[in-house]
Write a protein that binds this ligand. Structure first.
Ligand code: KG4
Ligand code: ZN
Length: 352
């Protein structure tokens, strides 16, 4: 009998639901991005996001079931992001997931969103050799994980200030480019000179696997408006923005790759996978594919639909947890912060 799990994701600004069969067959993957809604504020406004989730969640879940040609009672379980994220947003997806579980007597599986990104390589390529090194880079998180086995990962390093996506979003705002900054900078950088501007590559202490992007953002700010000097009369020209965007993006990519190289050294990992919105970046993908220091590792770059926030990755990790016997109570709480140990909390299922 196939195992069908519905995954529901509303932790940030994507309302998403998907059905995954047997842990790797994505039967449906419906994602509604609120990016247009938040553009005018250049960032996600929590209250606006949770209201939009409330308006859409039922149609998104219904669509995911319809696309998968399944009725709710044909599901084996419902997995839902319950951490980390904006609590008002998490609660919308959780209320929907709990309602389905209650009505159709299905087990509920609470999933950590960052861990779902960590496991998205396994969803894209179930035969990905383990252990693997996983980079999660998004608007809210930038961290490196050692994925020992499904459901067990160890965090090797994380950002001490801004996330990589946040640095791109804020950099784009400084350059007058639209939100979301990652894709805007990627587009603006096409044809630009990556070496035109020297930006810092903050690598922190020797051997550190943490990240820091706030200095990069400040460097761009000072380049555009040097402190102590009169404010420039005009914004940078299109050609200047092109070079600035290319140089800025290159600095972000350089840091991510330098940390991946460091983390891969002496760890005996067999694969390298990337996840999170920044994993969609074309320059990062191109550089990773050509990197001579990482060439011995199996490189897993999930399709775009599994990189940014999506329900399939929640259902994917949900399947791993379900198979391990993990089930959550119906009074499961929303939690703003991520799990720190990367271990699935396993509670034995009570027989139904
Ligand atoms: O994973 P995600 O969809 O949501 C969060 O959990 O944050 O990631 C969103 C982030 C934003 O910062 C956005 O600018 C960035 O991912 N992003 C990109 C690209 N597409 C989205 N960054 C670089 N290149 C892209 N093509
Ligand atoms: Zn995410």
């Amino acid at each position: 009998m196939p195992l069908n799990i519905l995954g529901v994701e509303t932790s940030c600004d994507e309302t998403a639901a998907a059905v995954v069969q047997d842990g790797h067959r994505v039967l449906s993957n419906v994602i509604h991005s609120q990016v247009e809604l938040h553009k005018r504020w250049r960032g996600v406004v929590p209250e606006v996001a949770s209201r939009s989730h409330t308006e859409r969640i039922l149609s998104i879940v219904t669509q995911a079931l319809e696309d998968a040609a399944l009725e709710p009672d044909e599901l084996d379980a419902v997995a839902v992001t319950h951490r980390p994220g904006m609590v008002g947003c998490l609660l919308v997806g959780m209320a929907a997931a709990k309602a389905i579980c209650w009505r159709f007597s299905k087990p509920l599986i609470g999933v950590d969103h960052v861990q779902a990104h960590v496991h998205s390589g396994l969803l894209a390529e179930p035969d990905m050799p383990l252990p693997a090194l996983c980079l999660v880079a998004s608007g809210g998180h930038t961290a490196l994980y050692h994925l020992h086995e499904p459901g067990r990962s160890e965090r090797l390093g994380t950002t001490r200030d801004d996330a990589a996506g946040e640095a791109l979003d804020k950099g784009a705002a400084l350059l007058g480019l639209p939100y979301a900054g990652g894709p805007s900078i990627q587009d603006a950088a096409v044809g630009g000179d990556r070496a035109a501007h020297k930006f810092p590559r903050t690598l922190l202490d020797k051997g550190s696997l943490d990240f820091s992007f706030s200095g990069l953002k400040t460097a761009l700010l000072y380049k555009l408006a040097p402190p102590g000097k009169p404010k420039p009369a005009a914004p940078p020209s299109a050609a200047e923005v092109q070079d600035l965007a290319a140089s800025y993006q290159e600095a972000v990519v350089d840091v991510l790759i330098a940390k991946l190289r460091r983390a891969a050294q002496g760890r005996g990992v067999r694969s390298l996978c990337i996840g999170g919105g920044v994993a969609k970046n074309a320059r990062l993908r191109e550089r990773l594919a050509a990197d001579p220091h990482l060439g011995s590792l199996r490189l897993v770059m999930p399709p775009m639909s599994l990189c940014a926030d999506n329900g399939a990755m929640i259902a994917g990790l949900g399947t791993i947890l379900f198979r391990a016997g993990a089930v959550s109570p119906l009074d499961l709480d929303a939690v703003a912060t991520a799990q720190t140990d990367g271990k699935a909390k396993v509670r034995r299922r009570t027989p139904r």
